[in-house]
Design a binder for this molecule. Sequence first.
Ligand code: C2E
Ligand code: CA
Ligand code: CA
Length: 544
Amino acid sequence: MPKRLALLLLRGAPATGLPSPAQPRAARYWPRLALSLLVALALPLLGVGVGALQARWLLQQRADAVADNAIIKLDRMITNGEMAGKAVELYAGRPCDIGTERVLQRQVATVPYVRSVNLSLRGQLYCTSLLGAVTETIDAAAYTDGRLRLRPGNITTPDVPVLIVRRPVGDAAILSVVDGRYLQTALQLTAQGSELYFRVGASHMDSQGRVGDGPLPPLPHATATRTSAHFPYSVVAGSPDGAVWTYMLEYNLALLVLTAGVGLFGGLLCYRLLGRPSSPRAVLQRALDAGQFEPFVQPIVNADDGVWAGVEVLARWHLPGEGLIRPDLFIPMAEQTGQILPMTRELMRQVAAALAPHVAELPPRFHIGFNISAAHCREPRLLDDCRDFLAAFPPDSVELWLELTERELIEPTDDTDLLFQQLDAIGVKVAIDDFGIGHASLNYLQRFAVDALKIDQSFVKRIGADTLSAHLIDTLAALATKLDIDLVAEGVETAAQRDYLQALNVRYLQGYYFGRPMPVGEFIHAHRHQRAAAETPAQPATSQ
Ligand code: C2E
Ligand code: CA
Ligand code: CA
């Protein structure tokens, strides 16, 4: 495993690119994708929501202002019609002679917006500024409040809308005609993008100058209705369907683009963050769930005849994309996070499942050693794990060894005393690992009823090189004999080391000279060969 990766792993949450354990990748992929999409969409949706609210509010403001303005402008125009009528009031009902005609024409010429001024008597139009004397029936009831009438045209200009302002004087009336084109221009200039209607009775005119009867077309958004305080008409301003979107795209495009961009960024960030292992604990848990830890076993041999007497179980991590990871890179992390307990349990389960079917081929009371940490000794469940392990084999066919490293001595308490008594009662053996580099006292060895000492490989390596190591091994051998404790020498790599340790009556040897750590299946094959060649020393194996 690359050193960089190991460092990242040991430091905890890696900054970049630590490949996450792959197995339940599919199971993790969809929630990760779904959450990332949710994040990516949430902000744009919020942006659209806020934008839509703002657009509605602004459209409503605009409609209110448009309606108010329209009333002011239209009142002013209609007042002109009203004034023209008032100015010729004395002529109402008078004969339509040249004098009367002139008076009417003067109003048309002088009063803004007024196209013609006409007189009627008892329902008959009889005098107009444009044509002089005429005869036409007038329907007074068609006038709203008897005062205003909006028409698509009249006899002189059938295609030009007109607003007729009626001023009743006794039996007679004055009809001032306001040109519809002025009304239309006023509506058009006021509308500012809103839909705007001028409504007189059942008739209405839009800002394009079209006059119609009946209900107004629907204005679903931001509608404002105003009624004139002086004349019987009203205006309605509002926005048609889709106006909110059009408005947003026109005025809030920057906000929409910004929120979409930030949403996309957030979604990608979320996807990336969720994809990286969040903590060493999460990394290990996924690896455990994915079954990426595998037990390798290394033979332990009888020093006197070279026969394989047992194995030490050594954890290996198959990290996808990274290959096999050495235990010293992840065991400290597993100890810190507490996952060493389930990990050891899993190794025990796998070893039992793989070795139990072949137990008949193994020597009687075959040793199977597991490395345990201080955390295990605070955990009463260790007893159950050991029981379960032993129960997988026929009674007394194997011996379970627990190796406690001397580098990390466990605190003796009443609970640990009880645990070790119970372990002893079910036949579990205890070995002190890496012996010689820590501070285990005689008292300590006795209190834990230690069955074996494993001489640290640093001393074995120096056999023949310095006298101090040889002296220490000699002393240990004497101590072991005195305490009736077995000795195991680790890290035996040469025949010379083997011979030296054999001569000192060290009972068990372990090291590359006899066999490297290997998968259990490979071990079973190798053991068959070893049995066949029991008399000759084993060749160094090739597994790692
Ligand atoms: P250890 O318990 O002292 O295990 C012996 C280590 O020495 C193993 O390294 C083994 O591969 C290596 N070794 C054996 N023979 C030779 C040899 O002849 N020459 C050399 N140079 N090395 C040899 P490995 O497998 O890398 O394990 C390292 C350490 O990780 C172990 O040291 C043990 O402390 C820890 N470890 C491994 N598996 C587990 C586990 O399942 N639980 C716990 N708590 N610790 C474990
Ligand atoms: Ca060990
Ligand atoms: Ca050791």
